[in-house]
Every structure is written in structure tokens, then in C-alpha cells.
Design a protein around this ligand. Sequence first.
Ligand SMILES: [Zn+2]
Length: 134
Amino acid sequence: MQKIILSKSQKKILLEHTLKEEPNESCAILYGNKIEEKNIVKEIWLTENIDSSPTEFTLSPEQTWEMDQKRKELNLEIIGIFHSHPKGEAYPSNTDKKFMENNPYVWIIYSGINKNFRAFIFNLDSVEIPIQEK
Ligand SMILES: [Zn+2]
């Protein structure tokens, strides 16, 4: 079973970004290493949601390009995509699932109503995986 390792301070970084972007969805790219089934987050890149929407998020083509540049600079893998659901549960929407299928990373979602993080991978459907603090 896969899991993702996200430290307390990394959660804080994501949470602060989320609060700053509310009422819109926020997003971030998680870089790190994958060792067997363990996805270890090492660096977080806070990105801009060009949709400025409370129910959707999109990265600009420039950010998509930069996302790959950063991966090379950091010499890490892209292991996860973070986004928030300010007014929803921390579960992937149908739109999220379509993106998950094409972007096979760990997807972390934060719920603004339940104040919790959940992580998912896509395998025929979204499957929840544990988030471990260390
Ligand atoms: Zn979503």
C-alpha cells in the first residue's frame, strides 16, 4: 500500500497558502522521492490557480513548464499535487478524477469545511492512501 510522508511544517505551508487563496481553490506541486511504496515530500512549490475559482484549478502553461524545470533543478521527482476544496469535502471530484488518471501522482486535497488533508491515488477509481507525518 502506498503512503505519503508529509511533515507538520509542510502541512502548515499548505494550510497558510490555502487560507491566503480562499475563497478560491489553491494548488501546489510536491517534489520528493519515492522509495518503494513511500512517497516522501521534500519540497513544496506553491502555484497560482489561474482560474481563480472556488471549484476548479488550473496551472498556466508557464507554470507547467516551470514545474518541470524545478524538478530538474531540485533533482527530485514530482510526487504529488495538492489542491484545496474551500467549500467541499477532501474527496476528488469527477473532474479531479479525470486529471488524476492523466497525472499519476499522489493527490492531496484539503477540505476547508472539515479542516483535514486526505491523499489519493488513481487506480481504476480514486483510492485513499494514508498521510504519515514522519
Ligand atoms: Zn478538486
